[in-house]
Ligand binder design. Sequence first.
Ligand code: SOE
Length: 390
Amino acid sequence: MTSMTAAETGRPVLRVAQVGYAFMGAVHSHAWRTAPRFFDLPAVPQLRVLVGRDSAAVSAAAARQGWEEAETDWRRVLERDDIDLVDICTPGDTHAEIAIAALDAGKHVLCEKPLANTVAEAEAMVAAADRARERGVRAMVGLTYRRVPAIALARRLVAEGRIGQIRHVRAQYLQDWIADPQAPMSWRLQAERAGYGALGDIGAHIIDLTQHITGELITGVSGAMDTFVKERPVADSATERGQVTVDDAAVFLARFSGGALATFEATRFATGRKNAIRVEINGSAGSLAFDFEDMNVLQLFDASESPETAGFRRILVTEPEHPYVGAWWPAGHGLGYEHGFIHQVVDLVTAVAKGDEPTPSFTEGLQVQRVMAAVVDSASRHSVWVGIAT
Ligand code: SOE
């Protein structure tokens, strides 16, 4: 499958290069391909080049995922005049290097989360994004779940004051894919590649989501972390074992800038939970609850209703009035994991074409990084309270 051409659409094109083609790369490729087919975009993405280190594998992935060309060196892509945007879907250890070089080369950047592996790297990326902005070049971090319609609706309801002043935020991101001690090593379990474990891979999402929904920032944390299985088999080897150097689970208490008290839990050891992103927010006038395992639903409790009939209402977030939903299927037919990534492309392309600042910005990605670093700091000092400048 090839990308739509400018002639087909009569619109400007946005020529994309994507680095990485595994799980995240495949989801991003699908989003780049699909967004212009359902949304009326001001510019049409063209899937120009897919980049990966293994020549045969990247060529096969390019053909499968709909890219015009394959390339083994991202640096060569930055030298090309026919690339407008670089999408980074690699492990965290390469984010800073690729993103800074791409921005300095005048390419817009979309970078997967977490923004970087350290606060220092994230700060350097923000500085590059600031330099680039002066030349009209945009940067965005891929905290994708913001674009799940039920989450976007939750943010809208909070902003409208529907649940009043926020008292509690309760957030969990629960997976179980390494609960089995025999699950093999992967880059996600190595600090030098991934930075953090559950905290960075999935905790980053709930830090971002809760701040996004409430419109408030986390001002301090007290955390605890553990690595339950410290050594794992190396895939394709009968004898070799590798050291797990990241956290398997992270929990923390937090305070929000509006005064809410919060609890967070990120783990890959919640047996039976596959991708349960659960957020509950209790306000003075009501509550909201979301679980990604039932992602087309948002629960709303309105405290002003008569106690006789009040209760959590299950809102099926599939009406055309709901954020992003109008572009899709008739009411009740539901969206899936991949749609958040498509909506991310829609918002990014729209911002780039209009010259607006896309969100979440690298600055927002840096703030998430600071919260994670504070959790690690606190955990390493036996859960001491660590403040975060807002
Ligand atoms: C793996 O744990 C992972 O793919 C995360 O890296 C993603 O960000 C999340 O969307 C699903 O889980």
